[in-house]
Design a protein around this ligand. Structure first.
Ligand code: DX5
Ligand code: ZN
Length: 218
């Protein structure tokens, strides 16, 4: 059975939040009972979009006590790890495609006291992350091409979750196009963490959607 017995975690991605009221948006999903806050960092090189960096994360850190799950979509993230850790990142996920020395990058994240995660783009196969599974606590399977919120879930990515599950005892996270239906499908393949941006922030009642998501994955 690929299904994971670990607690399922709901991680709203603030990419789809109203950034002019970011602290309020975060406390709303915090009080609505989510587990982590997912923060997408984009550099305009690894992905075509630009978002935010450590100074904004410092303020997010003050707005919630929940773990901050920082997803770095940036080239050579090793250059910036101290800054993200000092800003308050608890989990730091890097892309396997973005570093010359993936092992050194993951080891540095752990050395800084954060939990290391490794992500793969839709076109990257599971065999590329396999050599690093012993160095990470989380694998983030991108279920859309990274760069933008609001895209459609790629159902072919479910196979990757299923392939990883028996080989990896840490957390498997899915990110991109997650809604009640796709979250349920990913949970059945063994995913543990469900990152959802537009599905949560486009709804007026965040509590209801988070509760529904939790039910659909358990
Ligand atoms: C995309 C980001 C996602 C994004 C998900 O590159 O990694 O975290 O915010 O947004 P939705 O849930 O709207 O697909
Ligand atoms: Zn993300």
């Amino acid at each position: 059975m690929p299904v994971s017995t670990k607690q399922k975690l709901i991680a709203p991605s603030i990419l789809s939040a109203d950034f002019s009221r970011l602290a309020e948006e975060i406390s709303e999903v915090d009080q609505a009972g989510c587990d982590w806050i997912h923060i997408d960092v984009m550099d305009g090189h690894f992905v075509p979009n630009l978002t935010l960096g450590p100074p904004v994360i410092q303020w997010i850190r003050k707005a919630t006590r929940l773990p901050l799950d920082v997803h770095l979509m940036i080239e050579e993230p090793i250059r910036h790890l101290e800054a993200f850790r000092e800003a308050g990142a608890d989990w730091i996920t890097v892309h396997v495609e973005a570093s010359k020395d993936v092992s050194a990058t993951l080891k540095k994240i752990r050395h800084l006291g954060a939990k290391p995660g490794l992500s793969l783009r839709p076109k990257t196969s599971v065999s590329i992350v396999e050599p690093y599974l012993g160095l990470v606590d989380l694998v983030l399977v991108m279920t859309v091409e990274p760069g933008f919120g609001g895209q459609e879930f790629m159902p072919e990515m479910l196979e990757k979750v299923g392939a990883l599950r028996p080989r990896f005892s840490g957390l498997i996270s899915v990110d991109g196009g997650i809604n009640l239906e796709t979250a349920q499908n990913a949970a059945q393949k063994g995913a543990d963490v469900f990152v959802a941006g537009s599905a949560i922030f486009k709804e007026a009642n965040r509590k209801e959607v988070i509760q529904k998501l939790r039910r659909s994955v358990s």
